[in-house]
Design a protein around this ligand. Structure first.
Ligand SMILES: [Zn+2]
Length: 79
């Protein structure tokens, strides 16, 4: 597990990142910072936007995949 993976897990557990992947959609990058790596996304990158309850995250595709894997792992541990 990398340091990046650990920080994603920690942020999911502390509620900074959503714990549900529902509502994810792919859109255009508009200069927002990625919720995982904090690097700004710029066109023509695609950005994955996730809006769950009051939490909204914008991710690089690769970072979204990291986060999604962590959500799946955390959910598996809970059940
Ligand atoms: Zn990123």
């Amino acid at each position: 597990m990398s340091i990046l993976d650990q920080s994603v897990t920690a942020r999911i557990q502390s509620g900074i990142l959503p714990k549900s992947i529902a509502g994810a959609r792919v859109g255009r990058a508009r200069g927002a910072r990625c919720a995982v790596c904090h690097v700004a996304m710029r066109s023509p990158d695609t950005a994955v936007e996730v809006e769950v309850e009051s939490l909204r995250g914008v991710f690089h595709q690769a970072c979204f995949n990291l986060w999604r894997e962590d959500v799946a792992r955390l959910r598996a541990q809970e059940s």
